[in-house]
Design a protein around this ligand. Sequence first.
Ligand code: ATP
Length: 314
Amino acid sequence: MSDAVIVLDQLSKTYESTHAVADLSLTIERGEIFGFLGANGAGKTTTIRMLCGLSRPSSGRATISGADVWRQRNTVRTKFGYVAQRFSLYPDLTVEENMRFFGGAYRVPHAQLPARIDRLLSLTDLVAKRHTAAGSLSGGMRQLLALGCALIHNPPLLFLDEPTSGLDPVHRQQIWNLLYDLSNDGITIFVTTHYMDEAERCTKVGFIERGHLLAKASPRELIESFNTKLLEIDVDPVMPALVQLREEPEVLGVSLRSGSLRIFAADPDKLMTRWRDRWPFPELRFRGERRVDADMEDVFTAYSQGYDAVLKKR
Ligand code: ATP
């Protein structure tokens, strides 16, 4: 039996002439940490808003635990917590008052509320900030509070729209540790992010580009979808090299990594043989070469830039 929690079936949203989400079909299983990746404007927030019953699909449908996200939105809303991209808390209310407010909105029984708040304060490491106004918390603490508020009704599913955007590495780590704990408790997590290291922490990753789903697989499967090792070269001076190499007909793209240039090319060995025979840039000094395995950032670049020649299948 399928353990699908979220099912999207040709889900679409059109704003006048913009196809924000186009025929999106995918299934997310119970307990998955699903990372939804895409450039700005790719359609991530629009997808989440439809799944949360905040925006009506133009066509297609989606279900959460079998219930239609639009037609049965009042039922569906009790099944998930939502951490929005923008600050969704009441800045004048204290940490505890915000949790109490969300508890009321989600109709958590009065008798259960104090124990839930205590548990969530401790989970989010906000016990000492209990009586502090939300508006005076640091960005990281605000996000932890938003997470705590989203969990007040013990939902089995959590949507997070760029929860770590703009946070320092310590708070990013803290939020991810919390997500791991929740996933370990069987909670399904749907998270959007622009950080590739975060994508690698997900159990499944989906790439969206201009409303279309380009791929959905585990991070390892995505990395293994590269059909070649990448060529990395050291050239001086590096910036002019980057600009010139991009113009080479056999080069699909170039990215700068820790001072070296990573070359996307269908046949890097052939390219390197040609360069070894005759280096065509007299003003650039070639210093060395190596082959490297692709990482998530390379995979995202290849899918989003359409470098099909380096991918096994699309
Ligand atoms: P970001 O990473 O910047 O949040 P995103 O992937 O979440 O981007 P969306 O916010 O879903 O992208 O936007 C997808 C497309 O739909 C964009 O072209 C955007 O301009 C458009 N769009 C989103 N909301 C509306 C709206 N209410 N009216 C008109 N167009 C919209």
